[in-house]
Design a protein around this ligand. Structure first.
Ligand SMILES: *Cc1c(COP(=O)(O)O)cnc(C)c1O
Length: 228
C-alpha cells in the first residue's frame, strides 16, 4: 500500500469512529509521526494532505526541518531542558511537558524571543515506570503551577502515550482518564489554560482514542509502515 492509500485508510477509520459516537471528524487532527522516516516519504504524506508533522528527537527534527516547508511541527517526545532553545522559535505545539522545571525553561526561552508557546501536559495514564508524563494525581497541581509561573506558555490540553496492549479496548480506561482530567481542569478556569486538545491514540489504538474524545492522533506506522 502507498502512503497516500494509508492516509486515506486512517482518515476513513477516524471518520467511522467519529460516526459511531456522534463526533465531527473535522475535530480530529492527524499528526504524522515521522521519526526514522526519510524525507521523500514525508513529502509523499504532505502531498496527500498531511499538514502536521511530529518528531520525538530534537536533532532529527532540526535536520528534517531544513528540507520540509509549510508544515506545523509538533514535538512529541521527551524534551530535555538543554534542547528547548533549538525549537522554541518555530515549534507549533510541544506535547510532552511533564515538569515545572521544563515548563519554566520553555517559558524563559519564549520570553526572550517574545513568542507565546502552546503546550500540552503529558500524563502517564498507564502507570508504567518506563513512560514519561506526570502522574494523573499530580496533573492538576502541575497545571496550576505552570499557569501561575509561566506567562509565555498556553496550556492547550493533555497528551498521553497509552500502554501497548494487544487489545486496544484495554487502553480505553487510560484515554477516558485523560478526558476526565481535561474536563476537571477546564472547570477550574485557570489563567492561560484552554483545554481544547486531547493528544491520544497511535497506530494501534487511535480508533478507541477518537471514540474517547481525541482531537489529535499521532500516527506513524499506519502511514509509513513499520520502523526499522
Ligand atoms: C512513535 C510515536 C508515535 C507513533 O507511533 P505509531 O505506533 O508508529 O503510530 C506517537 N506518539 C509518540 C510520542 C511516538 O513517539
Amino acid at each position: 500500500m502507498s502512503i497516500a492509500e494509508n492516509i486515506l485508510k486512517v482518515k476513513q477509520r477516524i471518520y467511522d469512529s467519529c460516526l459511531k459516537v456522534g463526533r465531527n471528524p473535522d475535530e480530529v487532527t492527524i499528526v504524522a509521526v515521522t521519526k526514522t522516516v526519510p524525507i521523500e516519504k514525508i513529502k509523499e504524506a504532505i502531498n496527500s494532505g498531511i499538514k502536521d508533522i511530529g518528531e520525538n528527537r530534537v536533532q532529527e527534527l532540526l535536520e528534517k526541518r531544513n528540507s520540509i516547508e509549510n508544515v506545523k511541527w509538533h514535538f512529541v517526545g521527551h524534551l530535555q531542558t538543554n534542547k528547548v532553545k533549538y525549537i522554541v522559535d518555530f515549534i507549533h505545539l510541544i506535547h510532552s511537558v511533564d515538569s515545572l522545571k521544563l515548563a519554566i525553561e520553555i517559558d524563559k526561552r519564549a520570553k526572550k524571543i517574545n513568542r507565546i508557546i502552546d503546550i500540552l501536559i503529558e500524563v502517564n495514564t498507564s502507570g508504567e515506570k518506563t513512560k514519561y508524563g506526570v502522574e494523573p494525581e499530580k496533573t492538576i497541581e502541575l497545571v496550576k503551577q505552570i499557569s501561575e509561573n509561566c506567562e509565555f506558555l498556553r496550556i492547550k490540553g493533555l497528551m498521553t502515550v497509552a500502554a501497548f496492549l494487544p487489545d486496544p479496548e484495554e487502553v480505553r480506561p487510560m484515554f477516558r482518564l485523560l478526558r476526565e482530567l481535561k474536563d476537571e481542569i477546564s472547570n477550574l478556569n485557570l489563567k492561560n489554560v484552554e483545554m481544547k486538545h486531547l493528544s491520544m491514540g497511535m497506530s494501534n489504538d487511535f480508533e478507541v482514542a477518537v471514540e474517547e474524545g481525541a482531537t489529535i492522533v499521532r500516527i506513524g506506522t499506519a502511514i509509513f509502515g513499520p520502523r526499522n
